[in-house]
Design a protein around this ligand. Structure first.
Ligand SMILES: C[S@@+](CC[C@H](N)C(=O)[O-])C[C@H]1O[C@@H](n2cnc3c(N)ncnc32)[C@H](O)[C@@H]1O
Length: 458
């Protein structure tokens, strides 16, 4: 698809922009969501991108990157030489073409082939043009040549290829969840989640914000999980919304909002948010405190804390202060000083794969051995900051026990001064009695998060 901009008559080719982003991710190691957002913002500013085109571009980029393993496997059926012998840019043109052929039913096969050949003419030479043409037309004519592994005999390989996930992760989930639930989870990870935002309740009520958003072209509904959450199904480019500029909301997933509710901060208290940047939870905490008290938001990276400060300023939340600190040392800096401490540790992020198309290909199983050491060190140090009678909340956006229940169980074993509460009772809407809360995208419909709430007894 190429399109003409009504303002300046310039033409933008979605496939070419998609190829640029995919190359940046594949060759330069860029993050897909950031590289795509940069292109979208640039083209939105120049008026070259409308909503429909933005969706097509996003689908091309996210789909091709997510389906990387399957596209390479499919390509092997139609190539006479190994894929890794082909230059990266031509390889990416082939992947983009295969994605349209096999997974975008609305794109006619002829368009997928012809447009890929045009890209090869621009970025390759006569030989690579011939290659792209031959491979894609062959695939379009003979799609049945690639047969997925039998799901009963090779369930890991089947699920990994069918739903675009690494084998090691599928194996892990299959062993723990069983076939049906594992398949559901993998499927859910491939759906584009709606955008969820949090009403800045210090400035506006949720109903009033919903009405204002409707006027700005946003199709949204109240979150079923939190009293201030809003789920947006259709929306123009975020930067164009005046309600965002006016600090009426913050982008934040519903699971992440639940962490603030489980911490349950009160106006006037001193709260430490130990791994606080870019401030999604710190700003929520300050809102829950009606902007009264003190929120110390620390992080190891000053450039990330700068984003926390920008967010706090835009939202008008003046009680947040930031400090660059290593959370493994926090206990000696603020011993027994805080009413409540939130420890939202760095984690593998396996609960939020649906948000970032490239993230599943950046993870490895070894992370699940390394991260718990850091998570335990951060939790143990930050626990010392909690006053007797105070609250300690640990959270992650992962689904894996090594980073979640195992960290908490071993912490409780070595810290008898802390007691685990029935964390589920603090969920604002969906009352549950779980000691530790594990949320799943395929079961709960929100990001996969883990939350545990503890009290300091003495
Ligand atoms: C899950 S993110 C936090 C997200 C944040 N709580 C929010 O809601 O916006 C984890 C954060 O931990 C920070 N981090 C990593 N190692 C750290 C350390 N040793 N001390 C403090 N922060 C650390 C990372 O920079 C990252 O911003």
């Amino acid at each position: 698809m190429s399109w003409k901009n009504s303002k300046n008559g310039r033409k933008v080719d979605a496939r070419e922009v998609a190829l640029r982003v995919i190359n940046a991710v594949d060759i330069e190691g860029a993050y897909a969501n950031i590289a795509l957002a940069q292109e979208i913002n640039r083209l939105t500013k120049t008026g070259e991108l409308n909503n429909q085109d933005r969706k097509f571009l996003t689908e091309l980029v996210y789909g091709t990157i997510k389906a990387g393993n399957t596209l390479d496997w499919l390509l092997e059926h139609y190539l006479s030489r190994p894929l890794n012998k082909i230059t990266p840019i031509i390889r990416n043109i082939l992947r983009l073409g295969m994605y349209q052929l096999f997974f975008l039913t609305k794109v006619p096969p002829s368009a997928a082939c012809n447009q890929s050949v045009e890209l090869a003419k621009k970025y390759g030479h006569a030989g690579t043009v011939k290659l792209v043409n031959a491979v894609l037309r062959n695939a379009a004519r003979n799609p049945e040549k690639a047969v997925y592994p039998n799901k009963d005999e090779m369930p890991v390989e089947y699920l990994a290829l069918k739903y675009f996930h690494p084998d090691w992760l599928v194996k892990r989930w299959l062993d723990r969840l069983g076939f049906e639930s594992c398949e559901d989870l993998c499927k859910t990870n491939n759906c584009n989640p709606p955008l969820s935002i949090r009403t800045n309740t210090t400035r506006i009520g949720r109903e009033t914000l919903l009405a204002r958003l409707e006027n700005e072209g946003v199709v949204a509904e109240p979150s079923a999980w939190t009293p201030e959450g809003i789920v947006c199904h259709e929306y123009p480019a975020l930067m164009s919304l005046s309600s965002l500029q006016a600090g009426l909301f913050q982008v934040q997933d519903e699971s992440s909002m639940l962490v603030g509710h489980i911490l349950d901060p009160k106006a006037g208290e001193f709260i430490i948010d130990a791994c606080g940047a870019p401030g999604g939870k710190s700003t929520h905490i300050a809102s829950l405190m009606s902007n009264q008290g003190r929120v110390l938001s620390t992080d190891i990276y000053p450039h990330k804390l700068a984003i926390t400060e920008e967010n706090a300023k835009r939202l008008g939340l003046t009680i947040i202060e930031t400090q660059t600190l290593d959370a493994t040392n926090l206990g000696t800096t603020f011993p027994a000083q805080a009413d409540r401490v939130l420890v939202d540790v760095p984690c593998s992020g396996l609960g939020v794969l649906r948000r970032k198309p490239d993230s599943r290909w950046r993870k490895s199983e070894s992370m699940l051995k390394e991260l718990p050491k850091l998570q335990t060190a951060i939790l143990s140090s930050c626990a010392q900051c909690v006053k007797p009678g105070g609250i300690l909340v640990y959270s992650t956006c992962t689904t894996e026990p090594e980073e979640n229940s195992q960290v908490i169980n071993s912490f409780l074993h070595t810290h008898p001064e802390f007691a685990l509460e029935k964390t589920g009772r603090y969920l604002p809407i969906q009352k549950r009695s779980d000691d530790m809360v594990q949320l799943w995208p395929h079961i709960d419909g929100i990001d996969g998060f883990f939350i545990a709430r503890m009290t300091r007894l003495k």
